[in-house]
Design a protein around this ligand. Structure first.
Ligand SMILES: O=P(O)(O)OC[C@H]1O[C@](O)(CO)[C@@H](O)[C@@H]1O
Length: 533
């Protein structure tokens, strides 16, 4: 199958994407419309037979069967023996979802209710700090316990009507110091977000926050809440059970923002808006389970990605939101996609015969245009681009600026596809240069074009739409993992560095010698210790 796709790739290598638009129905046929959103992949070199061959991958890998295994609570995270049920966190209709014959929904809905109750009290001032109503919420967490709520808090800024919300993740003391400098300990709520409650960065920052608060507040524990699967450890930290919001190990860290890990977001935007976010995710779940593959947005998003990465060999993918509030989306997707599908062996431990998931990176437009788009348009590598754009912004009276933003987004995908040939480039410089110099100058102005991109267009970045977009990307990762035979739900690749950091700590502290370390590491320790550590 992969060989068939590779030979298709060879046969279309010289074809210009724009020639595919000789078919007047191309745009409609090579798009998916669902849930009020439009995913347009017409500006790729995928034709109908290629699409059929890609869809065949789904059937070969029994993606439909695996999808139902996931939704029904089977332990599809096979290396850890766990179910994968973040979808239960947004299953607002509460229909039974069973893990080991136990319906998990009563627990999920009970925790959601407790979160809403707490969020309302914080927002209304019924829950206070020593100095009165809470003015600032500091979420301390890292990876999945940070990126989701931090990304969404930025995305949904127009919906914030609660206390200010801050996110601390890095063990670099600069991170927490900068945040705490703007907060009053007497009116700050600290939320320690950690699935395991052992992550060294988070626990170190939590202790720092506790010490900071302790200088002004007599009962610091009363201004702390915890989001974790480890109730025993949250108790040891001194956080009362009524402010501990638990979840189960079938929620992966990078899939966890729909449940307790979303508490800081819920406090910022309110429980009703948070429910709208959940409803968006739930709607995407229904779509993903029911839509035939060709009309299935997550499936087609995944297949287009695999065509570019595994078949054509484009190693990276740029995520380019023309929506400034999605500034953290690329970072969020880096964890979601690269921690999930950045694996070198398949589920059964065999080396993958193809590339794993791509490198994902990006920045909002139009900023990126003035930074790295040069390489995207004229560099030697092809970087498939994923544009996101809203039909409407939130800024009344500035609609003309939003239209300018849209024009820029559409212009980029058009420029990537069409490019500019040497004749056009010559015309651009004719009159300014002559002879050989004209030729030389013209060559610098050639855009090869034929560079693929997709665009996800949606009405407006409101909570429900954000929920749809995030669930769309989650399911894309699932489909890609299922086709590649990867376990998308473990992350052993983060372990080695953690273990070595623990072993290096006493060496950096000067308590142990660096003898026995490699020469480079020993030299760096020596330099850093000699210069201030
Ligand atoms: O929520 P925890 O347990 O603190 O983990 C934080 C992050 O660390 C990781 O386990 C690995 O870095 C991520 O998967 C996770 O989101």
């Amino acid at each position: 199958m992969w060989d068939d796709l590779k030979s298709r790739a060879d046969s279309v290598a010289e074809r210009r994407i724009e020639t595919l638009f000789e078919d007047a129905g191309r745009a409609r046929d090579f798009s998916v419309s669902a849930l009020g959103m439009l995913f347009d992949y017409a500006k790729t070199n995928i034709d109908a037979p290629t699409r059929d061959a890609l869809i065949a991958l789904l059937d070969k890998a029994d993606v439909a069967g695996r999808r139902e295994a996931m939704f029904s609570g089977a332990p599809i995270n096979e290396t850890e023996g766990r179910a994968v049920l973040h979808t239960a966190l947004r299953n607002l209709d509460g229909g039974a979802v069973t893990v080991e014959r136990q319906d998990v929904m009563p627990g999920v809905l009970d925790t959601l209710g407790r979160m809403e109750d707490f969020a309302r009290k914080v927002r209304s001032g019924a829950f206070t700090g020593q100095g009165g109503a809470i003015t600032d919420v500091v979420n301390i967490g890292i990876g999945g316990s940070d990126l989701g709520p931090a990304m969404a808090a930025t995305a949904l800024a127009p919906y914030h009507d609660g206390p200010r919300c801050h996110f601390v993740s890095n063990v670099d003391p600069a991170d927490i110091a900068d945040v705490l400098a703007s907060c009053d300990p007497e009116t700050t709520l600290v939320i320690v977000a950690s699935k395991t409650f052992t992550t060294i960065e988070t626990m170190t920052n939590a202790r720092t926050a506790k010490a900071w608060m302790g200088q002004a507040v007599s009962d610091t524990g009363a201004q702390f809440a915890a989001l974790s699967t480890a109730a025993d450890k949250t108790a040891d930290f001194g956080i009362a059970p009524e402010r501990v919001f638990g979840f189960e190990d079938w929620v992966g860290g990078r899939y966890s923002m729909w449940g307790p890990i979303g508490l800081s977001l819920m406090i910022a935007i309110g429980p009703e808006a948070f429910r709208a976010f959940l409803r968006g995710g739930e709607a995407m779940d229904r779509h993903f389970r029911a839509a035939p593959w060709q009309q299935n947005m997550p499936a087609m998003l995944a297949l287009v990605g695999m065509w570019h990465n595994q078949v054509l060999g484009h190693a990276t993918r740029a995520v380019l939101p023309y929506d400034n509030r999605l500034a953290r989306l690329p970072a969020y997707l880096q964890q979601l996609e690269m921690e999930s599908n950045g694996k070198r062996v398949s589920m059964d431990g065999e080396e993958l015969p193809y590339e794993s998931g791509p490198v994902v990176w990006g920045e909002p437009g139009t900023n990126g245009q003035h930074a790295f788009y040069q390489l995207i348009h004229q560099g030697t590598r092809v970087v498939p681009c994923e544009f996101l754009v809203a039909a409407e912004g939130h800024e009344e009276g500035l609609e003309h600026q939003h239209r300018l933003l849209i024009a820029n987004c559409l212009a980029q995908s058009e420029a990537l596809m069409k490019g500019r040939d040497l004749d056009e480039a010559r015309e651009k410089v004719a009159g300014k240069f002559e002879g050989d110099e004209l030729e030389r100058q013209a060559r610098h102005r050639v855009f090869p074009g034929n560079r693929p991109s997709t665009t996800l267009a949606y009405p407006k970045l409101d909570p429900e739409t954000l929920g749809k977009i995030i669930a769309l990307y989650e399911h894309r990762v699932f489909v890609e993992g299922a086709v590649l035979g990867i376990n998308s739900y473990d992350q052993w690749g983060v372990e080695l560095g953690k273990e070595l950091a623990t072993a290096l700590q006493p060496i950096v502290d000067g308590e142990e010698s660096a003898d026995g370390k490699d020469g480079s590491t020993a030299q760096l320790v020596g330099f850093l210790r000699a210069n201030g550590t």
